[in-house]
Design a binder for this molecule. Structure first.
Ligand SMILES: [Zn+2]
Length: 984
């Protein structure tokens, strides 16, 4: 029978197919509150305009004392988790699992909801999806039967972005409704699918957010800030950009859980658009995805848009908001593993207050039904829209379960066929790479993503290149081939394509300073090789060249693990070689660690053997001390500096230091402002990227009354990272003076990207300036730099070229800052107006480097070849020559030491996009500027980007290890200067 249902507000009627014979009783008290808190009838739907009653299962009202979406109420993580556990205790259709802990020790949970029989046999359903997900061992006939018996999993995740507060509330009610409703629409979901819910992804941030909002609801005079300075321990909004590096606990837990359950859909709930945007993105889409996935995005999005629009809800649309290119979002763990990743942006309600909402969203082809320009908005409205739409999507997947499971199997098949269809066949990580610990780290990252890593049993030759036995191979004939390919391949993004939403290039081999070889010849698949069952580790230990070693030598190749080893063994006497040398027929480069046996204790060899296997290095016991100039490898006192305005980007710096166990104090710019004797406390100050310019850093947070950031009875979750009674005020001029004194007294100040403006604008560095680049298009991607000062300790262990992450600015230029009576800095090297490598003639956005061929996924390569136009952009020989000349390093006219420069325009781009590259070609990329007895080290690229730039961490670690000796290798000692900077 059909049931005609009308909402209590009487505005909407819908005919639901085959409703139960006896209508389920409503929870009247709860339902009345839903209607009361919804501001307009058209923000209700038949799916959420009531709550079904249950004799045995508690509602959120029963457990929490308020309904979901009550005004001015936000639930703490502990309350949300408490409710989910109460639900699981009462219903055989619900189970709760722990996913693990966050960095601050809070729990992440997984709620699984389905028919009670399915929950009872959950492991069997997981096994079916695992079988479907690996067509290598599951033939089509078996797959057909598994598709009939299996159930697709739909995983909804909430509150990765802490200010977007509605989804954890909504997910409690959704879980209840799915568990108890007898409505056919809901029963279909329960009977034919499995729903997984993680109500809060960023649990640490949620706790802080609820603290601040509820404190102000409870005490209108509460003086704390309106938004949290920290969300998680390390990063804020960027917690949703860790899908490549998997450095954060939340990414690691989601990935592990995803691989355990193999859901077909991962749906992440966001709240920053009116009224409901469901994702497909604007393109250009990621070029490594199976096109079937993109069809599935559209299928689900259009289903929701159509149904919600038909229900009379205004402002539901798709095809907007982001591009779908970079795989760095959390939900991309699904996209890259033959599943579907998607998200909503709904209109949030922040602190849960009801207020007038104004929008100015124009009608466009993809948005015929625009959001309302002015309307009363409540958190309940947000709950209604999110819940209604996701129920429509879940019901659609349940109703079409065979199609979604079939697609899952098909996409897995096509990922395996990739090796011989579109290619490549494999990636090789050569056994003779000079940074095996970085190689092992990248291979472990692949393993964490479920990617199979093999090791060659014998040497082999492909394309006339011989690879040694022990080389690692990532085969593309495996189910997760795309997950590896999209991170190891090169990217090309045409600057004339629609504006990118985030990074455009991310190739991990170069960013780890590693060799990875893309192999197209399928014959590599026949090379005898063994699947790595355990985590990949770099080899290491002690090798005695001499029977009675006088010293142990560790070749230094800028592997981060050697910095970790040095700081973990502070008491060891270690010298760094300032020149390359040979000893006992072995060759070593600059920066090599020399550890004399004398003065280092009797058990040195045992210490080094243990450390060698832990950190992945070999210590060679040699017959004598090498006769080269050396200086001690230091373990300076380090502080990482934060502002009180934003901590996002410096969080990645802390994360990198913690990853390698480099100790540091964490201080605010107020300590710089207030401490006249910084040198008494620290040797190196590191200031990560900041969202502020130099003047704003000086000014800092403003306001009429003190703004505390510390734990109180109302805000117990605030203050874990740092605390203050007053966030107001910045570095002030006193801070600049203190900083200048610190450096002149021998300190080292490391300033990364935007923070470099501080020493430049306030005259602590001369002969260098930030160049205005009016036409440069160099969005976040991978760029080539060239070594310019190979004898600087900062460059120890690096090669002639280094791939770095750079995003638009700052571009440095030499010259300026000396005043009219000083020596004038020479002009920045001239670059010719070469034809632009990123012009409109360039190929469209897609896989591969700028000069490589794009390849369509999911079909044989030669199918598409004839239609694909290869990029043609050859520079005129003369102009190329002129450009080469122009961007060649010119010795700087002052004491500044340019460590790395950006490459000439035609060599600049490794992955991403570039237009008007001449504006940055040849520019100083990393500069060591002396001041007094100390140094200021300025980065125009970011060595610590989102856990992805492992290969450039060592530039900063080198600066620490050689603090006090950064002038080593200078042909002429630079003149000592007095406190005023005049030469003596
Ligand atoms: Zn968001």
């Amino acid at each position: 029978m059909n049931l005609l249902r009308t909402t209590a507000l009487g505005a909407i009627a819908i005919i639901l197919p085959s409703a139960p014979a006896v209508a389920q009783r409503y929870d009247d008290a709860y339902t009345a509150k839903i209607l009361e808190y919804t501001t307009e009838p058209f923000f209700l739907t038949p799916y959420v305009d009531h709550l079904p009653a249950s004799e045995t299962v508690p509602t959120p009202l029963d457990v929490l004392g308020h309904i979901v979406g009550a005004p001015d109420i936000l639930s703490y993580p502990a309350e949300v988790h408490q409710y989910m556990r109460a639900l699981a205790d009462a219903s055989p259709r619900v189970k709760v699992f722990s996913m693990g802990e966050t960095e601050e020790g809070r729990e992440m949970i997984l709620v699984v909801i389905s028919h009670e029989d399915t929950i009872e046999r959950l492991d069997e359903y997981k096994a079916i999806l695992a079988r479907l997900g690996d067509p290598r061992t599951t033939p089509e006939a078996e797959a057909d039967s598994l598709i009939r018996t299996g159930k697709p999993i739909y995983w909804a995740t909430g509150a990765i972005h802490s200010p977007e507060t509605g989804s954890p509330e909504m997910l409690m009610e959704l879980a209840y409704r799915l568990a108890v409703s007898d409505d056919e629409f809901i029963k279909t979901i329960r009977d034919s699918a499995i729903v997984m819910i993680t109500p809060i992804i960023e649990v640490d941030g949620r706790a802080k957010m609820v603290d601040l909002h509820m404190a102000r609801h409870r005490d209108p005079d509460f003086p704390g800030p309106s938004r949290p300075l920290y969300w998680g321990k390390y990063v804020a909004h960027d917690n949703n950009r860790d899908g490549i590096g998997l450095s954060l606990k939340l990414s690691q837990h989601v990935t592990r859980t995803f691989l355990e359950y193999r859901p077909q859909i991962l749906h992440d709930l966001h709240e920053s658009a009116s009224h409901l945007y469901t994702s497909t993105g604007r393109g250009p889409y990621n070029a490594w995805l199976d096109p079937i996935t993109i069809n599935e995005w559209n299928n689900l999005a259009y289903k929701e848009v159509k149904e919600m629009t038909a229900l009379g809800v205004p402002g539901v649309y798709t095809h907007d908001f982001y591009d779908g290119w970079a795989p760095n979002y959390m939900f991309w763990i699904a996209q890259s593993h033959n599943a579907i990743g998607r998200f909503y942006e709904t209109q949030g309600a922040g602190n849960a207050s009801t207020r007038v909402l104004r929008t100015n969203v124009q009608r466009q082809w993809h948005r015929p039904n625009t959001p309302l320009p002015e309307v009363m908005w409540s958190i309940r409205n947000n709950v209604n829209l999110q819940q209604s739409a996701i129920l429509i999507a879940m019901n659609h997947v349940a109703n079409n379960k065979a199609e979604f499971l079939q697609n899952f199997y098909r996409k897995s098949q096509r990922s395996i066929a990739k090796a011989t269809a579109e290619g490549p066949a494999a990636y090789v990580f050569p056994a003779d790479d000079s940074r095996l610990s970085h190689q092992a780290r990248l291979l472990r990252l692949m393993q964490a993503r479920g990617v199979e890593v093999h090791r060659a049993n014998q040497s082999f030759t492909i394309d006339e290149t011989e690879y040694s036995a022990g080389s690692y191979v990532i085969r593309m004939d495996q189910p997760f081939s795309r997950s590896a390919d999209m991170l190891l391949d090169k990217q090309y993004y045409n600057p004339d394509d629609p504006r990118p939403y985030d990074d455009v290039g991310w190739t991990l081999g170069p960013l780890y300073n590693l060799t990875t070889v893309r192999i197209e010849e399928p014959e590599i698949l026949s090379v005898p090789m063994t699947l790595m069952r355990d985590s990949v580790r770099a080899p290491g230990g002690v090798e005695r060249i001499s029977g009675n070693p006088r010293a142990y030598i560790i070749n230094y190749k800028a592997a981060n693990s050697l910095a970790a080893f040095r700081f973990a063994h502070e008491n060891l006497r270690i010298e760094a070689a300032e020149e390359s040398f040979e000893i006992d027929d072995l060759s070593f480069g600059t920066g090599t660690f020399i550890i004399p046996t004398s003065g280092n204790g009797g058990n040195l060899e045992r210490v080094l053997a243990t450390a060698g296997s832990e950190y992945g290095f070999t210590a060679y016991g040699v017959s004598s001390l090498p006769s080269v100039p050396t200086h001690p490898v230091e373990t300076p006192r380090v502080a990482i500096v934060h502002t009180w305005s934003s901590t996002q980007s410096e969080g990645w710096v802390r994360l990198a230091f913690d990853m390698y166990g480099i100790p540091y104090d964490y201080i605010s710019i107020h300590e710089i402002r207030d401490n006249e004797n910084l040198k008494g406390k620290y040797d190196v100050l590191v200031m990560g990227p900041s969202s502020l310019d130099a003047l704003s850093t000086l000014r800092g947070v403003t306001g009429t009354d003190p703004i505390p950031w510390k734990p109180t009875d109302l805000t117990p979750n605030i203050g874990a990272q740092d605390q203050t009674d007053d966030m107001r005020g910045g570095l002030e001029l006193s801070g600049v003076i203190n900083l200048s004194r610190f450096v002149k007294e021998g300190g080292t100040f490391v300033a990364i990207t935007s923070s470099a403006s501080l020493p430049l604008h306030f005259g602590l560095v001369t002969g260098l300036r930030i160049k205005q680049t009016s036409n440069l298009w160099a969005r976040g991607g991978v760029f080539r730099t060239q070594l310019a000062a190979d004898d600087s300790p900062i460059a120890y262990g690096f090669g002639e070229e280094l791939a770095v992450y750079f995003n638009s600015s700052p571009v440095f230029a030499t010259g300026g800052g000396r005043g009219r009576f000083g020596r004038s800095g020479r002009q920045a090297p001239r670059t010719s107006a070469a034809p632009d490598p990123g012009s409109t003639l360039a190929r469209r956005t897609g896989r591969g480097g700028r000069d490589e061929e794009d390849v369509i996924q999911g079909r044989a390569r030669d199918l598409g070849r004839a239609g694909v136009e290869a990029f043609e952009e050859r520079q005129d020989e003369d102009e190329a020559e002129a450009d080469q000349q122009g961007s060649r390093a010119t010795p700087p006219p002052n004491d500044n030491r340019i460590i790395f420069r950006f490459a000439p325009a035609e060599d600049l781009l490794i992955s991403g996009g570039l237009k008007n590259g001449a504006e940055m070609a040849g520019a100083p990329a990393l500069v060591d500027a002396p001041l007094g007895d100390g140094h200021i080290v300025l980065f125009s690229f970011n060595p610590f980007w989102r856990g992805e730039t492992v290969g450039s961490y060592a530039l900063v670690f080198n600066t620490l290890l050689h603090h006090g000796h950064l002038d080593a290798g200078q042909e002429d000692e630079r003149p000592t200067t007095d406190q005023d900077g005049d030469e003596r």
